[in-house]
Design a binder for this molecule. Sequence first.
Ligand code: HEM
Length: 422
Amino acid sequence: MTETQETKGGSPSRRALIGWGGAGLALGAAAAGGAMAMAEVGNDVDPAAADMGGAVEFHGAHQAGIATPVQDRLHFAAFDVKTDDRAEFVQMLKDWTEAARRMTAGRPVGEGAYGGLAEAPPDDTGEALGLKPSRLTLTIGFGPSLFDKFGLHGRRPAALADLPAFPGDNLDRARTGGDLCVQACADDPQVAVHAIRNLARIGFGKVAVRWSQLGFGKTSSTTPGAQTPRNLFGFKDGTRNIAGTESDRLKKHVWVGDGDGGDGDAWMTGGSYLVARRIRMNIETWDRTPLQEQEDIFGRDKGEGAPVGKAKEHDKPFLKAMKPDAHVRLAHPDSNGGITILRRGYSFTDGTDGLGRLDAGLFFLAYQRDVREGFIPLQRRLSAHDALNEYIQHVGSAVFAVPPGVRDSGDWWGRALFSKEA
Ligand code: HEM
């Protein structure tokens, strides 16, 4: 498919937005090509900015934003579906895909932010013009409640299990659940925010944002060669994560395999399951906790990040040297029958809570092949025994089926789920 066709069949044009759908449809390929050319010129798209690197390939067997080296910033949004018209929802997914394809390449949505019809709002909101692609990745997920709609009932994978209530959970309903989600990661926060904003705008009337979360300071790395980031408790986080280059471990623990869950779940092959938890961290209490106690809680030292009794961060942990309730001892695969998840979380601070305390914490994101064999048993153990529980509280929660990647320019997010032949 050519770019002209993609653009024509993609994001709603400004004419469509002001009800000129008929006129828009009547446009021939040549006219659509003209609009495209106008967008390129009208928005002063700097070819250097789009081509200068910093763009992550949107197409592939898996969605970008999972094994991709973790970017610095996050804007995550969960949406509720507002339409009961399946065709309208599918068209929105196609429009989203086209917009995502353009934005991840550093291009504006549709006909751009200016230079088009003066009588209509522009297709793109404009705040990312002139910015580099900033390694933007957009990753879509489908929540359990989506499968109650659009005749999808029989297509919900068993691995997309509802999360049980864990001890200590204090979930805010307004920050929990969602029919679908989009995870936007980028090295520039404005690029991530622009992407979610424009998808929400395209989805107007069909979906509405249920909750969203901004994140900074990645708390997990998928690039072990790089310096391990630190979380808001000041400890290195992500030391023993799955690396984006470890294809064997990704295949074993993250990507849904051929035949997982039986025929009905075949549409998920190459996808993954995402658990998102908004975890509030009691910063003020932590900051009054002695260093030794802090290190005991994790089972690692604060400076180097070395496991108890070891000298270097990447030394193999000797779990029995740690306190029985140390976080790392409890979370380590050897304590959990080999359970391994890919962590991709971010720190957040959303101002103060009205009592003078920071509303801050970890927006925990974890990808796995099956939620029943990943997050659920792990969190059962942690929520019951982890010494860290005195300093944290889970206040938001959601789980999503993250479909496989968009293969090429003719493919779209959710095709395998919504197409009968898949
Ligand atoms: C605010 C909450 C949390 C904080 C501050 C935190 C912090 C840490 C830190 C500092 C480490 C050691 C460095 C590393 O290997 O990455 C670690 C390891 C780990 N955490 Fe957490 N964590 C939190 C919540 C969770 C949750 C909810 C889970 C899963 C249910 C989890 C799973 C793990 C795992 C699997 C490891 C690696 C253990 C190993 O292989 O040695 N963490 N975490």
